[in-house]
Unconditional design. Structure first.
Length: 271
């Protein structure tokens, strides 16, 4: 009951001394104490940049794998292109491993940066859930969706990338179809499709809002336009992904009795 003012923390010796009477060392220490750190902003910028890179890679990747819808030879040509046969004379699967390794590193780095904003314990989780319930703001709900899809991608995306990293030679019409159907990977790819497309579309939407892209003169109208674009992005790429996955499943079923047989392009067969 007889605690001193110093013990209660209500008295600050430095604050009691006027700034003009404080020593230079004390003023420098005070300036260092109140100077805001730039690292949170730098990490936030890195998170935005890595997320944008992964989203653009996702778009390109979807178009690459959906080339199976054109023809088996089209997908075979795309797969061999990324093995840099045009540069080395013969396909080099290790080139694909290098690309996948870089993407995996960016993916892990982006996940680590995003973890800074996840609820760190049950109390923070409950506080955010209560905040979201009371606020009832659609963009807060989108952040919640992105959190859970991002959590799912920690597992689903890592499994897929690791498989491509260690077995880059198993990318082709028959090889990919066998992995999806005979290797029973289609449930994982189905979940991965929804998680990655929804996470990516929400991420691009939030990036555009955060950095003022396509805002225009009317921010409210700009936000509405961005939501339309986000929804169209999700519908298009989820639809394209489902059709593409179905094509691989059908090919895998047809090729199940010859699983493991590599694909031979039509030009080679005719030759």
């Amino acid at each position: 009951m007889t605690r001193s003012i110093e013990q209660t923390g209500l008295f600050q010796p430095d604050a009691a001394v006027p700034a003009d009477l404080a020593s230079p060392a004390a003023r420098a220490q005070s300036a260092r104490r109140v100077r805001p750190s730039r690292w949170p902003a730098r990490l936030d910028l890195l998170q935005s940049a890595s997320g944008l890179f992964l989203a653009l890679f996702l778009v390109a990747h979807m178009f690459f794998v959906s080339s199976i819808l054109i023809s088996h030879d089209a997908f075979y040509t795309v797969a061999r292109f990324f093995e840099a046969g045009w540069l080395f004379g013969t396909p080099q699967p290790w080139v694909v491993s290098c690309v996948v390794g870089f993407v995996l590193a960016v993916f892990v780095g982006h996940a680590w940066l995003a973890l800074r904003k996840f609820p760190a314990n049950w109390r923070q989780y409950r506080a955010f859930a209560e905040h979201r319930r009371q606020l009832r703001h659609s963009d807060t709900g989108l952040w919640w969706l992105q959190l859970w899809t991002g959590f799912a991608l920690f597992f689903l995306g890592t499994v897929h990338l690791y498989g491509m990293l260690v077995h880059p030679e198993l990318i082709g019409p028959y090889e990919s179809a066998d992995r999806i159907w005979t290797g029973t990977m289609w449930p994982l790819y189905l979940l991965l499709l929804f998680a990655v497309e929804l996470h990516g579309s929400v991420g691009l939407y939030r990036l555009a809002l955060k950095w003022g892209w396509l805002e225009g003169r009317d921010p409210v109208a700009g936000r509405r336009r961005l939501r339309v674009v986000k929804t169209a992005f999700s519908v298009f790429f989820v639809g394209l992904g489902l059709v593409t996955l179905l094509a691989y499943v059908q090919l895998g079923i047809a090729h199940a009795d010859r699983a493991g047989e590599p694909y031979v392009p039509s030009a080679t067969q005719r030759g």
